[in-house]
Design a protein around this ligand. Structure first.
Ligand code: MRU
Length: 373
């Protein structure tokens, strides 16, 4: 993505690799400062995923792939058996960071698959190549999502989005923001309602910043204001991203997505999910099988931003000792979703058949009977 930093235009990715070093835009500091952080080994990369230096399903998938590449380089001089043991341990370390986004697990598995053949040096090459493919495929997928999704948008549309599913969350054009970017580039008049997305404020801090960078008109709203604008007829459609989509179309996305979907349903507003095959998990039958990350309750009892030195800091909002819960995602049942915007175009009902047709591997039939969504 192109960003303006101190008046200078730069072309950056949310995550990339330069030899043994993984580089990330430090999303904890946006929008107040734009900094790139270096992660020198796979353990540092795993840490960066866990504490959300980088975030968003696609970006953490790429980061996990690059973490595997780092592990392969770290163990490149070991004999085969020890190399594989090191790699499997690194895979577990990376998988243990965040449980919900499908991309992270798929990226680790793809890299492990690339290590199945040849001597160690061949395996290392295979893993490095695979990690780069994941990034390149993601970029291509977001471009296809942009084109497919823009067809749903009409001139003058006001679109509501939740959290950040832009280029920082999914490298390339993003997922939910990709069709909006495309429509804007095609000259359409589009406007975006940006939910702030408590507790970590990805909407306020990152989506608003991305839209500002690209000159796309938007307004930031409190999370609980979305229903108000829907009821008043000021939302023409909702587009959100996804962290994991079950085979039946139930979709895990940032906490608060479910209630936006219910509000859209009640107000007869089309609700679309933009996500590529990497986020669709055919092994997970329904939303009930998706593991939902529960994060530190202090993210709820506190607010955070930057202190005067420009370092991330928090202030306590609730009384000390307040009991709180902090699920990071929720599941929107497929019945509230009009369709999916994927790299293969728009997917409408019945979702399960379409998903197997477009994303299923040969020889992997549905292991359960389709009961409708
Ligand atoms: O907790 P995060 O910030 O990693 O959550 C990811 C998200 O931003 C979203 O839920 C998003 O819509 C999907 S990521 C393309």
């Amino acid at each position: 993505m192109k960003v303006k930093v101190d008046g200078e235009e730069r072309d950056v990715l949310a995550v990339w690799r330069e030899r043994g070093v993984v580089k990330m835009v430090d999303q904890r500091k946006l929008p107040h400062s734009f900094e790139i952080i270096d992660l020198n080994d796979h353990k540092e990369t795993a840490w960066a995923i866990k504490v959300m230096v980088t975030r968003g399903a696609g970006s953490i998938g790429c980061a996990a792939g690059f973490g595997m590449a780092q592990a392969a380089l770290e163990a490149a001089d070991l004999p085969d058996e020890e190399f594989m043991a090191y790699l499997n341990e690194a895979a577990d370390t990376l998988r243990d960071t965040r449980p919900t986004a499908a991309n992270l697990f798929k990226a680790v598995d793809k890299c492990l698959k690339a290590s199945e053949w040849g001597k160690v040096s061949v395996k290392v090459e295979g893993i490095l190549r695979e990690a780069e493919y994941i990034l390149k495929d993601d970029i291509k997928a977001t471009e296809a999502i942009a084109k497919a999704g823009a067809k749903l948008i009409k001139d003058g549309f006001k679109i509501l989005t939740h959290c950040n599913a832009g280029a920082l969350a999914y490298i390339g054009m993003g997922t939910a923001l990709a069709p909006i970017r495309q429509a804007h580039r095609e000259g359409m008049d589009v406007f975006v309602w940006v939910n702030e997305t408590r507790p970590r404020g990805q909407g306020a801090r990152i989506t608003a910043w991305e839209l500002e960078q690209e000159g796309i008109p938007y307004a930031l709203i409190a999370d609980n204001a979305a229903g108000y604008f829907m009821q008043r007829g000021e939302v023409d459609m909702v587009i959100v991203g996804a962290d994991r989509i079950a085979a039946n179309g139930d979709t895990a996305n940032k906490i608060g997505t479910y209630e936006k979907a219910v509000g859209a349903f009640e107000n007869k507003i089309p609700f679309w999910v933009a996500a590529p095959g990497m986020t669709i998990d055919l092994q997970t039958k329904t939303g009930g099988d998706i593991e939902i990350e529960e994060r530190d309750p202090r993210e709820v009892t506190e607010m955070w931003g930057l202190n005067e030195e420009g370092e991330p800091t928090t202030i306590r909002v609730a009384a000390e000792g307040t009991n709180a819960r902090n699920p990071a995602f929720d599941v929107t049942p497929a019945k509230f979703i009009n369709g999916f915007i994927t790299e293969h175009g728009l997917v409408e009902r019945p979702f399960i058949e379409a998903f197997y047709w477009l994303f299923g591997q040969p020889g992997l039939p549905p292991s359960f009977k389709y009961a409708g969504t």
